[in-house]
Design a protein around this ligand. Structure first.
Ligand code: 0PR
Length: 400
């Protein structure tokens, strides 16, 4: 592929793009993804703000307003106390008083990186750390923490899981030492959809004066809308930061993530001066960043409201129950009773079953690492009929 000297016509370009797009899935028969088709109102709003750059807030005051409003709505959802939203940068460069502190990221990976970067900056400014600072995370943490370990000059220690795939508090405790700066808990693990014992982690964090980051990239738009939500957010006193992704169960467009902090000192610790911009400081990891995703997230959150998200979660949970019930009839048990719309199914030879499901029937499923099992994420793009068909296909493959 080379760049031609003379430009091609729009028609030529789009005929090629149509052709290439046909290689993408349209989410039909996808049971492996934590993303889904964005809500159409999010797509419209995204288009409307397509050129907005939140890296230069002075030029894009409107998009910035939408970012602040989204941060405020997310703060409310996650029980942050105050009411005036404050996004990552303000014209004065200083976070305001009585605010919800946070900004829109590109997703869980950036949020996790920034949360740990904030911990490191604050801890090394305050504490006498001799040697390499470390954090303790669950064994089940998303691989974005491998990137944290690789880029941040801190040690990442992994605590064992209990029989229900929640982090084992005794193991976390045993890994804390004089160089530990923070803990991580997960509210909606990537592989099992499990929620760590956040209140116990909170107590450990408070007793040892540690930061506690909650990765609710997936669960943030699920747990608040479950029938019996478990405590995972700022209501739990030791929680210092939360990652939540509108581009997963929030039904917004990619790239829409968010990182919220309990206190302004966290944002301040991420500050970099931006001498020649229209604003004095930036607290974000990326410089140029999408205002379109702020508009998309604003639009879908306002349009759906709590009721809309509750219905969305109810729908996905009904699919989850249907799948588990059907799988049990075939003799396959889930590794845990699903907490949210993620199912890990114990089937014989999961790697082979996965391969056959794709090759023979076109189903995209994934696999958990330890133990190896069939991982299925039930998303708004799936239907009850799909689940019935999937179960029939699973039966055919496993009966042979
Ligand atoms: N934290 C948790 C708990 C996650 O599940 C994920 C992503 C992240 C952080 C990182 O988020 P970003 O990828 O937005 O930076 N979990 C999904 C996964 O790894 C991401 C995904 C989504 C993968 C859709 C595939 C896919 O089709 O499975």
């Amino acid at each position: 592929m080379h760049m031609n000297e003379k430009g091609l016509s729009e028609k030529e370009i789009f005929s090629y793009l149509e052709h290439v797009k046909s290689e993408d899935t349209d989410y039909y028969k996808v049971l492996s993804s934590m993303c889904t088709r964005p809500h159409k109102i999010a797509v419209e709003a995204h288009r409307m703000f397509i050129e907005a750059n939140l890296g230069d807030l002075g030029l894009f005051a409107g998009a910035h307003r939408l970012e602040r409003e989204v941060v405020m709505m997310l703060g409310e959802l996650l029980h942050a106390q105050s009411v005036n939203a404050q996004s990552a940068e303000t014209p004065s460069g200083r976070p305001g008083e009585g605010s919800i502190y946070g900004y829109l990221t590109t997703g869980g990976t950036e949020s996790n990186i920034q949360a740990v970067r904030g911990m490191k900056n604050l801890a090394t400014a305050g504490k006498k750390i001799v040697g390499t600072p470390n954090i303790v995370i669950p064994e089940s943490a998303h691989f974005s923490f491998d990137k944290v370990a690789n880029m941040m000059g801190i040690e990442v220690k992994r605590a064992l899981l209990d029989s229900e795939f929640k982090v084992d508090i005794v193991s976390v405790k045993s890994l804390i030492d004089a160089n530990t700066i923070g803990l991580v808990g997960i509210a909606g693990t990537t592989e099992f959809g499990q929620i760590d014992p956040i209140e116990k982690l909170s107590k450990l964090a408070l007793d040892n004066e540690l930061f506690l980051h909650i990765d609710a990239a997936f669960g943030g738009f699920v747990i608040p809308f479950l029938e019996n939500p478990q405590p995972f957010d700022f209501k739990v006193p030791g929680v210092t930061s939360i990652a939540i992704d509108p581009h997963k169960m929030g039904l917004s467009t990619i790239p829409s993530g968010a990182l919220l902090f309990r206190s302004p000192s966290f944002l301040d610790s991420l500050r970099v001066s931006t001498p020649y911009l229209t604003t004095k400081a930036q607290f974000t990891l990326t410089g140029t960043r999408s205002g379109a995703s702020a508009a998309a997230t604003y639009a879908v959150m306002k349009h759906l409201g709590r009721e809309g998200y509750r219905k969305n979660v109810q729908y996905c949970m009904q699919l989850t129950e249907k799948l588990v019930k059907g799988a049990r009839k075939l003799g396959f048990e889930p590794l845990i009773e699903p907490i949210m719309n993620v199912v890990a199914l114990r089937v014989p030879n999961p790697d082979l079953v996965r391969e056959q499901l794709l090759k023979r029937f076109g189903w995209n499923v994934s696999i958990t690492r330890n133990p190896r099992s069939l991982r299925l994420v039930l998303m708004p793009h799936n239907t009850a009929r799909d689940i019935e068909e999937f179960l029939q296909d699973l039966k055919k493959i496993t009966a042979e």
